[in-house]
Design a protein around this ligand. Structure first.
Ligand code: GDP
Length: 328
C-alpha cells in the first residue's frame, strides 16, 4: 500500500514542508537496522542536507537526577517564547537495554511534548555508542531541514557518550548539583574541559547558598584550565529548572557564546572539524565491522587464541595474521 510506504522523494518533500509524520518516518528509517532501509535513508539525508545546518546545537549532560529533563522542559519553553522551534534528541547507548532511560519515559517533558514548536525524539536504541551517535547526527540534519532552529541533545553523564555528544554540538552545557563542599570530587577532568558552561541546578529554597558556593568553586577550577580554542572562557551559573529561575540568563549566555565564536570563525571551523571527526569515526566503525563480519573470522580467531594460550604465537603475530586474511 503506497501511502504506508512513501518514497524517499515524498519524505524529503514532507520534511521540508514541516510535516511531522514525514520527519518521524524518515528518522525511523535512519534508526532501522534493516539493510534495505539504509539506502532510502541515505537518499532522504542527501535531499535534506542542502537545507540543514541553520541551527544552534546545544548538548546537555549531567548525572541521572540532576534535572536534565526538567531543565530541558523549562529551557525549551523559554526558547519557544523567544520564537524558536526546537528539536530535542538524546544519545543514550544503554537505551536498548534499559528501554529508554532518557526521553523514553512519556511522563518526562510533558508540557514540551504538547507544544507545537517542539519535536521530541527519544534516543535510538543500538548496540554500540557509535551506531547511536551516527543515527543522532543524521537525525539532526533531518530536524534542521524541517526548520528546527535549535537542536538540544541530551545525554547521561556517564563517560563516552558525552564525548560523542560534545562532537556534534556547538555549545556543551554540564548540569551539576551543589554537594557538601567537595564540588570537584567525582567530576571527570575531561568533562570540565569539554564544558562551555557549568550550571548548578536546583538552586532553590535551602539550596541557594550551597549552589552559590559551588558556582564559586567551579569558577575557580575553570580558571586552572588553559584557554579554549573557541576563545570562550567557560562560564558558571546557577538555576532552578523547577522554578524557572536563572533560565533566561543561561540562554543569554549561549547567545553571547555564539556572538564570540561566530565573530572569530570558530563556529564554522568547529563544525568542519566535527565533520572530519565523524568521517574518520565512520571509517573506523565500518572497517571494524567488515573485519569482524567475515565468515571465516570467528574460527580463525578461536584458533589464534588457542595458539596464544599454547605459547605458539603472540597476540601481535596473531593480529597480523588475522588482519592479513582481510581484504578491503
Ligand atoms: P534527570 O534524570 O537529570 O532528567 O532529572 P529530572 O529532570 O528527572 O529531575 C530529577 C528530580 O529532580 C525530579 O524529581 C525533579 O522534579 C527534581 N528537580 C529538577 N530540577 C529541579 C530544581 O531546579 N529544583 C528542585 N528543587 N528540584 C528539581
Amino acid at each position: 500500500r503506497r501511502q504506508n510506504n512513501p518514497t524517499a522523494e515524498a519524505l524529503i518533500e514532507g520534511i521540508l514542508a514541516q510535516d511531522i509524520s514525514a520527519l518521524s518516518r524518515a528518522i525511523t528509517l535512519i534508526e532501522s537496522t534493516n539493510p534495505a532501509h539504509s539506502e532510502k535513508a541515505s537518499t532522504v539525508i542527501k535531499g535534506c542536507l542542502p537545507h540543514a545546518n541553520n541551527s544552534i546545537r546545544i548538548g546537555i549532560t549531567g548525572v541521572p537526577g540532576v534535572g536534565k529533563s526538567t531543565f530541558i522542559e523549562t529551557f525549551g519553553k523559554h526558547l519557544i517564547d523567544e520564537g524558536k522551534q526546537i528539536a530535542v534528541l538524546a544519545v543514550d547507548p544503554s537505551s536498548g537495554l534499559s528501554k529508554g532511560s532518557i526521553l523514553g519515559d512519556k511522563t518526562r517533558m510533558e508540557d514540551l511534548v504538547k507544544t507545537e514548536n517542539a519535536f521530541i525524539r527519544p534516543s535510538p536504541s543500538g548496540d554500540s555508542l557509535g551506531g547511536v551517535a551516527r543515527k543522532t547526527r543524521e537525525t539532526i540534519i533531518l530536524c534542521e531541514a524541517a526548520g528546527y532552529d535549535t537542536i538540544i541533545i541530551e545525554t547521561v553523564g556517564v563517560g563516552q557518550s558525552e564525548i560523542a555528544v560534545h562532537s556534534m554540538v556547538d555549545f556543551f552545557l554540564l548540569l551539576k548539583l551543589a554537594g557538601a563542599g567537595d564540588e570537584l570530587q567525582g567530576i571527570k577532568r575531561g568533562i570540565i574541559e569539554m564544558a562551555d558552561a557549568i550550571v548548578i541546578n536546583k538552586a532553590d529554597g535551602e539550596n541557594v547558598k550551597a549552589a552559590k558556593a559551588a558556582k564559586l568553586e567551579f569558577n575557580r577550577a575553570l580558571h586552572l584550565y588553559p584557554e579554549k580554542a573557541s576563545g570562550w572562557s567557560p562560564k558558571t551559573a546557577i538555576c532552578s529548572a523547577l522554578k524557572n529561575e536563572g533560565i533566561s540568563e543561561i540562554y543569554d549566555m549561549i547567545l553571547d557564546y555564539l556572538d564570540t565564536v561566530k565573530a572569530n570563525n570558530f563556529f564554522e571551523h568547529n563544525r568542519n572539524e566535527q565533520n572530519t571527526f565523524w568521517l574518520k569515526q565512520t571509517i573506523e566503525e565500518q572497517l571494524k565491522s567488515r573485519f569482524y563480519n567475515q565468515p571465516q573470522l570467528e574460527d580463525e580467531l578461536q584458533k589464534q587464541i588457542q595458539l596464544i594460550k599454547d605459547g605458539e604465537t603472540t597476540p601481535f603475530a596473531a593480529a597480523d595474521y588475522l588482519l592479513s586474511l582481510h581484504s578491503l
